[in-house]
Design a protein around this ligand. Structure first.
Ligand code: TMP
Length: 213
C-alpha cells in the first residue's frame, strides 16, 4: 500500500503524517515514512539546492531536479519497500510536480504527467490525501512555524512566493483531485489538528486493514 500526503504550505500534512506514524508504530504495523524532495541521499543534496532562496532556478531546471529526486527515491527506497510488503507513506510525491510546476509555474500538465510516468516507471500511489485550506491560512501557519524554528520566511523559495501563486496551487490540487477520484481524497485542513487527524485516520486505517485507534 502506497499513500501520499499532499497540500499547500502550512496545510498540516506533515503533522498529521507524524501522528499517523506514531499510531502505526504502536500497533506494530511495518511502514516506511519518507518525503520529497529529499527521500534519498542524492535527494537530500537536491532538496538543499531546490529550497535555497538564494538559488535562481528556472521552471524547467526546477522540474528536472524534482524528477531526478523522485526517480532516485522510487528506485532506491519506495519500490524496494513496497516489494518487501511494507506500507509506504510519503510526504509529497508526483502530484506536487503536476500542481507546483504545472498549475503554479505554468508548465504543460499533460507533459508533466508523461515525464512523471518516466521518472516513477508507472508507480502512482494507491491513495493520495490532499490537505485543503485557504492559502492565507496555510501561509500564516507556515510563517508561525518558521518563526518558531528561527527561519526567516524569505529563506524558503516557495513560502516567499506571492499569494497568487499559492492560490493557483490550491485550485490546482482541487482540479487535479477531481480528475483522479479513484485515488485522491480531500481532507478539510482548516479544521483543528484533532479533527484533521480524525479524517486522516478514517481514510487511511480502513485501507490498511486491521489497525484501529
Ligand atoms: P515541503 O515544504 O513540503 O517539504 O516541500 C518542499 C517544497 O517543494 C514545497 O514548497 C513544494 C515544492 N515541490 C515542488 O514544487 N515540486 C515537487 O515535485 C515537490 C515534491 C515539491
Amino acid at each position: 500500500m502506497f499513500i501520499s500526503f499532499e497540500g499547500i504550505e502550512g496545510s498540516g500534512k506533515s503533522t498529521a503524517l507524524s501522528r499517523l506514524c506514531s499510531l502505526l508504530a504502536l500497533s506494530g504495523r511495518a511502514f516506511v515514512r519518507t518525503m520529497e524532495p529529499g527521500g534519498s541521499k542524492l535527494g537530500q543534496s537536491l532538496r538543499a539546492l531546490l529550497l535555497d532562496a538564494r538559488n535562481s532556478i528556472g521552471p524547467e531546471a526546477e522540474l528536472f531536479l524534482y524528477l531526478a529526486d523522485r526517480a532516485q527515491h522510487v528506485r532506491q527506497h519506495i519500490r524496494p519497500a513496497l516489494e518487501a510488503g511494507s506500507v509506504v507513506l510519503t510526504d509529497r510525491y508526483a502530484d506536487s510536480t503536476i500542481v507546483y510546476q504545472g498549475y503554479g509555474r505554468g508548465l504543460d500538465v499533460r507533459e508533466l504527467f508523461r515525464l512523471n510516468e518516466l521518472a516513477v516507471n508507472g508507480l502512482w500511489p494507491d491513495c493520495t490525501l490532499i490537505f485543503d485550506l485557504p492559502p492565507e491560512l496555510g501561509l500564516e501557519r507556515a510563517r508561525t512555524r518558521n518563526r518558531e524554528q528561527g527561519i526567516d520566511v524569505s529563506e524558503g523559495r516557495f513560502e516567499a512566493e506571492a499569494l497568487d501563486f499559492h492560490r493557483r496551487i490550491r485550485a490546482g490540487y482541487l482540479d487535479w483531485a477531481a480528475r483522479h477520484p479513484e485515488r485522491c481524497v480531500l481532507v478539510d485542513a482548516e479544521a483543528s489538528p484533532d479533527a484533521v487527524f480524525a479524517q486522516v485516520s478514517a481514510i487511511v486505517l480502513p485501507r490498511l486493514g486491521a489497525v484501529s485507534e
